[in-house]
Design a protein around this ligand. Structure first.
Ligand code: PMP
Length: 442
């Protein structure tokens, strides 16, 4: 039988670091990555035949659980009719319409293949529309791996403790200005100085790539206001949160809260200029999207001067998976995932407290993560500097104890935990039991 160890050794000869995306290499938690052979419902199985309850969910896409029978059937049916046409199809029109229906500010939608492409195109579009070059991003936010977006990025860049990436020309890096998250004063100061040069502010709707660090009440509405004041665009990155925290993503949750006058709704209703989607919208297949008002989106080729294209854009298998997933993601799915998240983060908090481990747990809708350490416990986590004060080694010990107890957590303390509609009573009790044992390893 192939073991994870032997396959990792073999992989390292064939693939840089043995993986096709850095966080998968277990660099920050140590040990050997599990090579998966199959996934179904709330479970993944590795090459040694060991089954784990999965709290990664493919980093978000598996909202319905892995290999939902109706999604798999839709993909099989589409595959039988052809894998790729390089021509327009009915399914991509339907998927664009389904996105518009859920997020009406997206009057037009362009389908691409990855979140990286979606944000890269959104930036080019913002630059094309405004005629300005400078981009503002927040430290700890991750928007994919295009040149402009790797400065102080979250996710794998945070996990590896890197300031950015080699290979990004200085002239390009200089066009990206980085501001601490949730810091209105810093952004005001930057706009006062360079507002006339700024094409766009890009933000995760609710950041989940430095661990989960939700926007302070009214922060997103403030971003809308200050960008509009200075003629810059607001790009809302919902690659991770879109269709995962609710049918209209994090933006939808904020609008619903504003309509209810609920706490956290400071700022009232607001709308970004461009929204990016990925992950859930492709139902586990390579598909992402960007959308916005027609006046902005129609600047894209072939109508406008901002170029973007893709051989596999709107791929028929991917659109089939996305359409089936959105069709199945009804309110019942979101209610289930919300309840499961409340339960697991409650169990986690209780177990950490009982074990005398200092921590803080943040959540944004059903997304959550724990920051272990005195700093996070005392001061909370509102930005990347706070997140970096966590005890990554302690998380590594916890991660491995959970793995031993049959639960696969994200192999990095800078990532969110993901649940799905397939995490049933048995899976949730398994996670709770594992947490109670694993906190002792911290
Ligand atoms: N934006 C956000 C908020 C993300 O979380 C990610 C991926 N984790 C991306 C963009 C990039 O998406 P992809 O990995 O599909 O290129």
């Amino acid at each position: 039988m192939t073991s994870n160890d032997s396959l990792f050794e073999r992989a390292k000869h064939a693939i840089p670091g043995g993986v096709d995306s850095p966080v998968r290499a277990y660099g920050s938690v140590g040990g050997t990555p599990r090579f998966y052979t199959e996934a179904s419902g709330p479970f993944v199985r590795d090459v040694e035949g060991t089954r784990y309850v999965d709290l990664v969910c493919s980093w978000g896409p598996a909202l319905l659980g892995h290999a939902h029978p109706e999604v798999v059937a839709a993909v099989k049916e589409a595959a039988a009719r052809g894998l790729s046409f390089g021509a327009p199809t009915l399914a991509e029109v339907e998927l664009a319409e389904a996105i518009t229906e859920r997020v009406p500010l997206c009057e037009r939608v362009r389908l691409v293949s990855t979140g990286t492409e979606a944000t890269m195109t959104a930036i080019r579009l913002a630059r094309g529309v405004t005629g300005r070059d400078v981009l503002v991003k927040f430290a700890g936010c991750y928007h994919g791996h295009s040149d402009s977006l790797l400065a102080e990025a979250g996710s794998g860049i945070a996990t590896a403790g890197l300031p950015g990436s080699a290979g990004v020309p200085e002239a390009i890096a200089a066009q990206t200005l980085v501001v601490p998250y949730n810091d209105e004063a810093a952004l005001r100061a930057l706009f006062a100085e360079r507002g006339h040069e700024i094409a766009a502010v890009i933000t995760e709707a609710a950041p989940a790539n430095m661990g989960v660090v939700p926007p302070l009440p009214g922060f997103n509405a403030f971003l809308r206001e200050i960008t509009a004041e200075h003629g810059a665009l607001l790009i809302l990155d919902e690659v991770l949160t879109g269709f995962r925290v609710g049918p209209a993503g994090w933006w939808g949750l904020e609008q619903a809260a504003a309509a209810d006058g609920a706490a956290g709704s400071a700022g009232g209703a607001w709308a970004p200029d461009i929204v990016t989607f990925g992950k859930v919208v492709g139902g586990g297949m390579p598909l992402a999207a960007l959308g916005g008002p027609a006046a902005i989106m129609d600047e894209l080729a072939p109508l406008g001067p901002v170029y973007q294209a893709g051989t596999l854009s709107g791929n028929p298998l991917a659109t089939a998976a996305g359409l089936a997933t959105l069709r199945l993601a009804d309110q019942g799915v979101y209610d289930h995932v919300d309840r499961a998240a409340v339960r697991i983060r409650g169990a986690l908090g209780e177990a950490l407290a009982d074990a005398g481990v200092p921590f803080t747990i943040n959540h944004a809708g059903s997304l959550f993560s724990a920051f272990i350490g005195e700093g996070p416990a005392a001061d909370g986590v509102e930005n990347y500097a706070d997140a970096k004060a966590q005890d990554a080694a302690a998380y590594g010990r916890f991660f491995h104890a959970m793995l031993k107890a049959g639960v696969a957590l994200p192999p990095s303390c800078y990532e969110a935990w993901f649940l799905s509609a397939a995490h049933d009573e048995a899976a949730l009790s398994h996670i709770e039991e594992a947490i109670r044992t694993a906190v002792r390893a911290i």
